[in-house]
Structure formats: structure tokens, C-alpha cells
Ligand binder design. Structure first.
Ligand code: DGL
Length: 286
């Protein structure tokens, strides 16, 4: 029974590479650390708020580029991967708190797993009911990955939207995640391409009727300008990032360190792509 509540130590099937491509076993800083995790650049839309709250903590960003993208992978495989990665990352980097800055991962991970990590752990998740509260037309669109759209988390909330006047559209598009990765590396996007992609799943009338959009994938704040151009009548763009960091701050409460922030990036695979780490460097991760 003890195993139920214990992380199995010693398993090591995931490497963490720093920006120079060296596999890392430990980092030697004496400041407390916040761990933030995503499949790619999406978590940068969350980590940008960390400095608003945590001045004396270091930030360790893990991008699981080896397993990217998460949004259309087999769920069981993905869950096993994410649990392995988090268990190993927690052992290596010894954070005081963790943000799962990936909706796809957050919808998969159970609370019993995150409790085993024995630290404050915040999952970034799409705030669907909150979006309906601010939608005057009660016409909300969730844009996320296919795995998030099909998740139990989203389905359970859908079951609560019992009023027939509520219109809830869900778009699960892995291509948008790729667009965001490309844009973060300076590859310009054609808004028309994004629009055509969206119009394969929604009519123009449906697009024009939405008044609140939930950015249910951390990659999407990065392409919000393109989305704004397409969803012209949207009044509110809901992004749970700031609240997630605030929740972690409330859970940790206080950090006794005045050392200032250092930021570290770790990848799970050495990338051969030129300027792969540039978006992270741009956000201050070394
Ligand atoms: N950024 C992630 C999310 O919030 C997933 C992107 C992906 O790898 O598909 O869901």
C-alpha cells in the first residue's frame, strides 16, 4: 500500500539537455526553484508571469521536444511519458513548486499523481464555466489540442452546460500548435492559412457569432493577433496563465531568498533545428 503514495525513485529513461546540448544530472544553485513544463514553447506564455510573483526563485523550464506534439498522441502513451518525465524532473531539479503549463498534460494527469509529487502543483486548464460567465451572448469557443477537446475534463464540464441557450464550440487543431512554434522562431504566418483551417470545422456565421474564446492551449496566446483578425466579434480572450501562476504563489506563500531570478532551459532531445532555442533565449532562458 505504501507504493500508492510514493514516487518510485531511481527510474531514469529521460535525459535533460541544457541549451549547449549537455545532459544534466543536477543544477547547483542555492535559490528555491519553480519548475515549469510544456511540450514546447507554449509554457513561455505562462512563465512570463512568474517574475510578477516570485522574485527570489529560479525558474527551470522543461520543454519535452522529444515527445512534441502532445495534442494528437495516444493518451496512454502520453500519460506514461508525462508521469515519467515529472517524476524524474522533480528528483533532479528539486523544485518547491510546479506548473504544468500544458493543458493537454493537465487534463491527463490525475490529482492522485500530482499529490505524490508532494509539492504545490498547478495545472493549467481551460476555464470553461468562467468563460460562460463573461459571455453576454453565451456563445463560447474553446480552441485547444484534439486531446484536450476529447478529455474527460472537458466532457464533464460540457455535461454541466445544460441550458439549451448555451452555445459551446470546440476546436481541436494540432496545426495551430505548429503555427505557434514556427512564429516563435520568426517564421511569418499567413492569417489566411489559419482562417482556412478554422473554416474547415466552423461556418463563417459560427465564427462571427462567438463572443468569448478560451485559449485552451498554452501555445495559442502567441498567435492571438492572427486569431483576433479571424474572430472579429470576440469581446474576451480567456487565458488561464496569470491565474495559474497566482495560484502557485498563493500555495507557496513566501520565498526566503533575495537572490533574484535565474532561468534555466532543459530539452529532452538535442535539437538539430537551427535557432531551435531562440524563443526560450528571447524569454531569458539560457
Ligand atoms: N501547449 C500544450 C497545451 O497547452 C500542447 C501542445 C502540443 O504539444 O500539442 O495543450
Amino acid at each position: 500500500m505504501l507504493v500508492e503514495n510514493t514516487i518510485i525513485l531511481g527510474k531514469k529513461n529521460i535525459e535533460f539537455y541544457n541549451a549547449n546540448g549537455d545532459s544534466i544530472e543536477k543544477i547547483n544553485t542555492d535559490s528555491p526553484r519553480i519548475l515549469i513544463f510544456d511540450s514546447g514553447v507554449g509554457g513561455l506564455s505562462v512563465s512570463k508571469y512568474i517574475e510578477n510573483f516570485f522574485l527570489g526563485a529560479d525558474v527551470v523550464y522543461i520543454a519535452d521536444n522529444k515527445f512534441y506534439p502532445y495534442g494528437n498522441k495516444d493518451r496512454n502513451l502520453l500519460l506514461e511519458r508525462i508521469e515519467d518525465l515529472l517524476e524524474q524532473a522533480v528528483q533532479i531539479f528539486e523544485p518547491i513548486g510546479l506548473i504544468i503549463a500544458c493543458n493537454t498534460a493537465s487534463t491527463l494527469l490525475s490529482n492522485s499523481f500530482t499529490e505524490k509529487l508532494k509539492m504545490p502543483c498547478i495545472k493549467v486548464l481551460p476555464p470553461i464555466l468562467e468563460a460562460f460567465q463573461i459571455s453576454s451572448k453565451k456563445n463560447v469557443l474553446l480552441i485547444a489540442t484534439p486531446n484536450t477537446i476529447d478529455s474527460e475534463y472537458v466532457n464533464n464540464i460540457c455535461a454541466k452546460l445544460i441550458d439549451d441557450k448555451f452555445i459551446f464550440k470546440k476546436l481541436g487543431l494540432t496545426e495551430l500548435v505548429n503555427f505557434s512554434e514556427m512564429k516563435s522562431r520568426g517564421i511569418s504566418l499567413e492569417t489566411n492559412d489559419i482562417e482556412s483551417l478554422i473554416l474547415r470545422s466552423m461556418t463563417k456565421e459560427e465564427v462571427d457569432n462567438v463572443d468569448v474564446v478560451i485559449l485552451g492551449c498554452t501555445h495559442f496566446p502567441n498567435i492571438k493577433d492572427e486569431l483576433k483578425y479571424i474572430f472579429k466579434n470576440v469581446k474576451e480572450w480567456v487565458d488561464p496563465a496569470y491565474d495559474a501562476v497566482n495560484s502557485l504563489y498563493q500555495a507557496i506563500n513566501q520565498i526566503n531568498s533575495q537572490k533574484g531570478i535565474q532561468k534555466f532551459l532543459f530539452l529532452t532531445e538535442q535539437s538539430k533545428v537551427d535557432n531551435f532555442t531562440s524563443p526560450y533565449e528571447y524569454s531569458g532562458f539560457l
